[in-house]
Write a protein that binds this ligand. Structure first.
Ligand code: ADP
Ligand code: ADP
Length: 226
């Protein structure tokens, strides 16, 4: 069964601008799908609709066997990692990671177990009591990912998660994300401008332009063509 289905999805913003037009895509379990395309072509809008942060104007969004158009973000089996991390500055790493679970009324002892497990996977155990401002860029990015994986969602959405990091760190984090994908066995949709990221991480690449899907292909076919 497909992990995620986007069926004839359209998005018109309140000002009438059509940001996404007839978007169709079936994503299988454990795929790592990359969205590429020029700035403003509708990548983030699509991701935000999948996350439930933006209403869908028409069409159907399915997660597993459930149509989720009207399901609240917190009740979708999805977690999103943003470019700017979106950590709570006044909360510790632990509380940042626990927040989404508290919101969902998970019992405290279970939260503790889940946070510590995620911290172990991301090598954050020694940093749990720190506030975001006392972390490096790479550590903040790991906390942002920790906040997402702690819930063990079916689908991860990542919107240019590495674009604020320097080249060296970006390379390291790319390897970590790849390992995380294999280890957790989740489905990922990932927006990037970086061709190396697209080629090394993606199992399929969706090329968008002006709100329309132009091409869907494997990285090999897309980039190795003579
Ligand atoms: P991308 O992620 O590919 O850079 P976006 O999905 O952010 O593109 O934006 C797609 C288009 O929709 C852009 O032209 C952008 O200006 C427009 N847009 C984004 N948000 C809004 C909004 N709230 N109202 C009107 N237009 C918007
Ligand atoms: P979840 O685990 O459900 O993704 P989040 O912690 O990401 O929960 O966000 C819960 C709510 O708090 C959302 O409405 C989100 O937009 C908002 N939020 C997230 N980060 C911040 C922040 N740094 N400042 C203000 N609001 C935030």
């Amino acid at each position: 069964m497909a992990s995620l289905s986007l069926k004839h999805i359209n998005k018109a913003y309140p000002n009438g601008f059509e940001a996404v037009k007839d978007f169709n895509l079936e994503i299988e379990d454990k795929e790592f799908v990359i969205f590429v395309g020029p700035s403003g072509c509708g990548k983030s809008t699509t991701l935000r609709m999948v996350a439930g942060l933006e209403d869908i104007s028409s069409g159907e969004l399915w997660i597993g066997d459930k149509m989720v158009n009207d399901v609240e973000p917190k009740d979708r089996d999805i977690a999103m990692v943003f470019q700017n991390y979106a950590l709570y500055p006044h909360m510790t790493v632990y509380d940042n990671m626990a927040f989404g679970l508290k919101l969902r009324k998970v019992p405290k002892d279970q939260i503790d177990k889940m946070v510590r497990e995620a911290a172990k996977i991301l090598d954050l155990e020694a940093l749990l009591d720190r506030k975001p401002k006392a972390l490096s860029g790479g550590q903040r990015q790991r906390v942002a990912m920790g906040r997402a994986i702690v819930r063990n969602p079916k689908v991860f959405l990542m919107d240019e998660p590495l674009s604020n990091l320097d080249a060296k760190l970006r390379g390291q984090m790319r390897i970590e994300i790849s390992k995380l994908h294999q280890r957790l066995g989740t489905t990922i949709i990932y927006v990037t401008h970086d061709q190396t990221e697209a080629m090394t991480l993606g199992t399929r690449i969706v090329v968008m332009s002006a709100g329309v899907v132009q091409q869907v292909d494997t990285p090999q076919t897309l980039y190795d063509r003579p």
